[in-house]
Design a protein around this ligand. Structure first.
Ligand code: SF4
Ligand code: SF4
Length: 116
C-alpha cells in the first residue's frame, strides 16, 4: 500500500491498495514515465516474500493518472483535490466486454467427449 502526493495549485494523490491488486502488470505497462514496478508475483503470492506486488518511484511519477484509469481492479486511484479522476469526464474510461464463442465451446465439448 502506498500514497504519494504532489502539492501545488491542485493536490494530486496516487494511492495503491495491495489487497485489490492481482499483479496483472497493466499499470506498469501503461506508465509513461516507467515509475511502476511489478514485483516477483509468484513468491509474493505464495507468501515467500513480504512486499507489495506493485511499487512506485515517487520521484519520477508525473501524477498523470493513466495507471489509475487502466487498473481493472481499482487498486490504483489518482485524486485531484480529493476527487477521484474516475469521476471526472475528462479522464479516459475503459469499456470492458466479454462474450462466449459458441464455436470454441462446442469444440471443447467434442474434445471432452473424445477423452471419455
Ligand atoms: S493494473 Fe491494478 S491489478 Fe494490475 S498490477 Fe497494476 S495495480 Fe495491480
Ligand atoms: S500517475 Fe502516471 S506517471 Fe505516475 S505511476 Fe501512474 S501512470 Fe506512471
Amino acid at each position: 500500500m502506498f500514497n504519494i502526493e504532489r502539492k501545488g495549485s491542485e493536490n494530486r494523490v496516487l494511492s495503491y491498495k495491495d489487497q485489490n491488486c492481482v499483479g496483472c502488470g497493466i499499470c506498469s505497462e501503461v506508465c509513461p514515465t516507467d515509475s511502476l514496478r511489478l514485483g516477483p508475483t509468484v513468491p509474493i503470492a505464495r507468501g515467500l516474500i513480504e512486499m507489495d506486488l506493485v511499487s512506485v518511484n515517487a520521484d519520477s511519477c508525473a501524477f498523470c493518472g493513466l495507471c489509475s484509469s487502466a487498473c481493472p481492479f481499482g487498486a490504483l486511484d489518482l485524486t485531484i483535490d480529493n476527487v477521484s479522476i474516475k469521476e471526472l469526464d475528462v479522464y479516459p474510461k475503459w469499456n470492458v466486454e466479454c462474450s462466449v464463442n459458441d464455436d470454441m465451446s462446442s469444440g471443447f465439448n467434442h474434445l471432452q467427449k473424445g477423452a471419455s
